[in-house]
Write a protein that binds this ligand. Structure first.
Ligand SMILES: [Zn+2]
Length: 111
């Protein structure tokens, strides 16, 4: 059972944090299903949406068009141990490789 984490965006709207991505509340249907849009819906043209009902995920978010910032931070924190968490907030192999290559170049510069 996943605990849903709610917050507020800087406009006072309700947000939902799920797997490290932030979603803005979009609308609620007559049946009580709440639709959430990725917070990068406009700025990065991300079309990832998710649906909840009674505080449960009833539709998993579709794929994001961008790397999750929270995930990047978490990965950088772990980078000393050279750990890349593949399950980190829905990261795909490609995004992990992007993070890893950035990390590797940073690592090589300081060593
Ligand atoms: Zn997104």
């Amino acid at each position: 059972m996943t605990n849903l984490e709610y917050g507020r965006n800087n406009k006072g709207g309700q947000t939902l944090i799920y797997k490290g991505f932030e979603f803005n509340r979009h609308r609620e249907t007559a049946s009580g299903t709440i639709h959430w849009h990725c917070s990068k819906f406009i700025s990065l043209n991300c079309r990832s949406i998710l649906h909840t009902k009674d505080n449960k995920i009833i539709r998993e978010p579709s794929e994001h068009s961008h790397v999750n910032k929270i995930c990047e931070v978490a990965t950088h924190k772990l980078s000393n141990e050279m750990k890349i968490n593949m399950s980190c907030h829905g990261a795909t192999a490609r995004t992990v490789m992007q993070i890893f290559s950035v990390f590797t170049s940073n690592y090589l510069e300081i060593s």
